[in-house]
Design a protein around this ligand. Structure first.
Ligand code: ZN
Length: 83
């Protein structure tokens, strides 16, 4: 599963396969040296054809914050939701 930022991409057409994107949710995971962060119910735009996903900049920033927080606390496993 690949996740992309929305920057430079069409809001409705998938640049990878030409399929149609629609809004939905995804599960974001971040793997770092000593732990893993899983964020569920992340708002995303998903291609109905190939399943590629795009996350908006503000959502990406929130995910980054969650990852930074987990790193600071040195959590081995953090599972949370964004919704
Ligand atoms: Zn696609």
């Amino acid at each position: 599963m690949k996740t992309f930022m929305t920057r430079n991409s069409s809001p409705t057409q998938c640049p990878l396969c030409g399929g149609t994107k629609k809004s939905g949710t995804t599960t974001f995971t971040a793997d770092f040296e000593f732990g893993i962060v899983v964020v569920r119910e992340v708002p995303a735009t998903v291609c109905t054809l190939c399943g590629a996903e795009w996350i908006k900049d503000d959502v990406a920033a929130r995910l980054e914050g969650i990852v930074e927080e987990a790193k600071k606390k040195r959590l081995q496993v953090e599972v949370t939701t964004l919704a």
